[in-house]
Design a protein. Structure first.
Length: 450
């Protein structure tokens, strides 16, 4: 049988989609694992949380990337559970039970849908000096995550073992080798090849085990209100609304990052549709008893590294996530990838985000001290919040959620400083790009699949 070009292209798109799923998999499943552990859920409830999480991640991603006239930013973005929600949800669950958790999530999702047009007004607050700073902050704030994983995973018993470091280094070197000597599709899936090769190496070294795959069921059916009828408690609702507002700020920064990486400009209407899709995703999560969703910055790094910006790839990723949510045994396969292998691949991906941020900043007039201060202070605040969140531990809970998120704190700092330093009235008023002369936008490399 002859393999047609169309069949080959579909197989390539599916493979590229799988690469995106593996890049974000650990980040999205760790949220239900942490919450389930904190609330002491039994094995059946934990299995449901994981299946529901993957299923709803897929639906949310498809909603965002395919979009309609009213929802979806239609950029190559993947949605996953936000880490910001872990501690508040655990606190609500311990005091008021799971029905109160999902009642709060439903109310917060509705709030996000309603306030999306207000957040759409922030477009003018993101000139080049701010956007470049935000993209750089996103990359820098993720680097500690990559390094912790490269050492074996934060809190693991074998953290920092030479074996973990060697696995991470080997994975990174393989990805770099493939990018140096391969071209076309093979280079585009360099991260996937690195993950598979690193996992095989871990298996040969005796640190990869398939017990979780063997014990997982073949089929899981996700159904509404698994934990009971939602209850709406005012304080729980207010807490979850604050969590989702923080996620909106983070997602807006990621929208600007992915728009720069792909070379596609975004408008106020695009931001509104994107945030509205996130609100609907949160509502869907409340119905199927999973958690608030946000746009994952991890996948921006993968788009940067592979230069593949086709939405069809993310559609494939969404479909794969839905399938994994219905087939737990297949989903469990992805959990055997060693943290060190993930960390090695993340170093390359997250470093690419930093590089794109620097590329954007190269078009800013750094002859002006004001622009230097905007970049210096916002990057310092964002990176400081990411690597030392404990400095805010004595502040009220709502402020902790805002300030301990490096992307949010750094982005807010960049916007406020730019307004304070660069926007002046009179003849000396500077352009929103921070220079007196218009400058070209950064050149974005052409992709392999458009």
């Amino acid at each position: 049988m002859t393999v047609t070009a169309q069949t080959l292209r579909r197989a390539q798109v599916a493979t590229l989609g799988l690469q995106h799923v593996l890049a974000m998999y650990a980040g999205t499943v760790v949220v239900p694992l942490l919450i389930g552990s904190a609330l002491k859920l039994n094995s059946a409830q934990m299995a449901y949380l994981l299946a529901s999480d993957l299923f709803t991640c897929g639906i949310a991603t498809l909603l965002q990337v395919i979009g309609t006239r009213f929802v979806g930013i239609r950029l190559p973005v993947v949605l996953g559970c936000t880490f910001t929600a872990v501690a508040p949800i655990a606190a609500i669950g311990r005091t008021s039970g799971m029905p109160a958790v999902f009642g709060a999530i439903l109310a917060a999702g509705l709030m996000v849908v309603l306030v999306a047009p207000v957040f759409g007004k922030v477009l003018r607050l993101f000139p080049t000096v701010v956007t470049g700073s935000v993209v750089t902050i996103i990359g820098l704030s993720l680097i500690p995550v990559a390094m912790n994983d490269a050492a074996g995973g934060s809190g693991s018993s074998d953290f920092g073992r030479p074996l973990n470091l060697c696995l991470a280094l080997g994975t990174l070197l393989l990805i770099l080798f493939l990018n140096r000597f391969l071209t076309g599709f093979a280079r585009s899936v360099s991260v996937l090849i690195g993950l598979i090769a690193g996992t095989l190496a871990g298996w040969l070294l005796g640190i990869v085990h398939f017990d979780a795959v063997a014990s997982a069921s073949w089929v899981s059916v996700v159904h509404p209100f698994y934990f009971g009828v939602p209850r709406f408690q005012p304080m729980a609702v207010l807490t979850m609304c604050v969590v989702c507002l923080v996620s909106l700020v983070e997602s807006t920064g990621v929208y600007f990052a992915i728009s720069r990486v792909t070379g596609q400009s975004i408008t106020e209407a695009d931001i509104v549709r994107g945030l509205r899709a996130e609100g609907l995703a949160i509502l869907i999560g409340g119905v199927f008893n999973t958690f608030p969703y946000t746009t994952f910055s991890q996948n921006v790094g993968l788009v940067s590294l592979t230069r593949v910006k086709a939405r069809s790839v993310i559609v494939a990723a969404g479909v794969i996530l839905v399938i994994l949510g219905c087939l737990p045994k297949l989903a469990a396969l992805a959990t055997v990838i060693p943290s060190a292998v993930l960390g090695g691949s993340m170093i390359a991906m997250f470093g690419m985000v930093v590089a794109y941020g620097m590329n954007i900043l190269s078009h800013v007039d750094f002859g002006r001290n004001e622009n230097l201060l905007v970049v210096a202070c916002s990057v310092a605040v964002g990176l400081g919040s990411a690597v030392a969140p404990q400095v805010f531990s004595h502040l009220p809970g709502s402020l902790q959620m805002l300030l301990q998120n490096g992307i949010v704190s750094g982005s807010v700092t960049a916007v406020l400083l730019n307004l304070f330093l660069n926007h002046r009235g009179g003849a000396g008023q500077m352009s929103p790009h921070g220079s007196r002369e218009p400058r070209p936008e950064p050149r974005v490399p052409q992709t392999l699949a458009e």
